[in-house]
Design a protein around this ligand. Sequence first.
Ligand SMILES: *Cc1c(COP(=O)(O)O)cnc(C)c1O
Length: 339
Amino acid sequence: MIDLRSDTVTKPTPEMRKVMAEAEVGDDVFQEDPTVNKLESKVADLFGFESGLFVPSGTMANQLSVNVLTKPGFEVLIDETGHIFNYESTAAAHLSSVQLRPLAGTKGKLSADQLRDTVRGEHDWEPQTKVIAIENSTNKGGGCCYTENELSEICSFADSHDLFLHLDGARIWNAMTATETNPEFFGTVADTLSVCFSKGLGAPIGSMVLSSNENIKQARRMRKMWGGGMRQIGILAAAADYALEYHYPLLEDDHRRAAELASTIEECEGLSIDSSSVETNILIFDVKDESAESAIAKLGDRDIQLVPFGPKTLRATFHFEITDEDLKEVQTAFRELFD
Ligand SMILES: *Cc1c(COP(=O)(O)O)cnc(C)c1O
């Protein structure tokens, strides 16, 4: 089976399992797990933040970020395709009593220009806009990345309007690979950054929130309140650290393979794709003469799995378990089925 449904489907490799088995551990609620502590400092240093907090999921990392940056009644600006808006089960409303205000961006990205005139809160009857939440790379937006210039502009806008910037970096590793942005740059623009180790990096679990000492102290308290306090999780942090060391460099191959499949799709009569929007490991494309469901069924008969992303839209996501051989097989199947 060639599984292109998501980059979350990878399984821990034997080498990763070995470092997990050998990891030093302690009680992380007491902050005594040396492997977790080491990973938190390492990733905070990497991105130029004071502190980091290891959490089970990207959703928890995003929600803790929203929580520490807001008070009940505040408003968060977000692109309408944003993960926090679409895939976190209204958690921001439940857990932080804030309103998400979706804006129509481009390929999942917001721009400083469109943020003009969106900030409110002057009158008692208005929500108080306090946070801009952006994604890099974008998920539903098709894996697109912000340029440093676009981020700087959003950051200056936030600063000049007394807003905080949250960066959902579930795939920041893909964005860094594609744009060659220095990781410390993100620490200079974002107030909070969430990163995932279990997407393209291939750890079985684990995300991190990065911010100031004060914000992370508060996030740690909230993590415990929400039931996310964990004990001897050095075995998980060891997997994340291994993923960072050994799987991060493999992302560029995922990106190359995604671009190669995009070229094939471009040549297929029955498909359409905007190849210029394929910047990382995600491809979103349309089928012309049939439904996404029927295209997925045909591919399924050839042991290739994709997910529907709309009535006529499909998503394919590359990850390190997909080899060049697999790519060839997928390209052949696409030509035979859709050309
Ligand atoms: C996957 C993902 C998350 C986190 O998802 P979890 O399943 O909770 O780990 C957050 N943001 C984006 C953009 C994602 O793609």
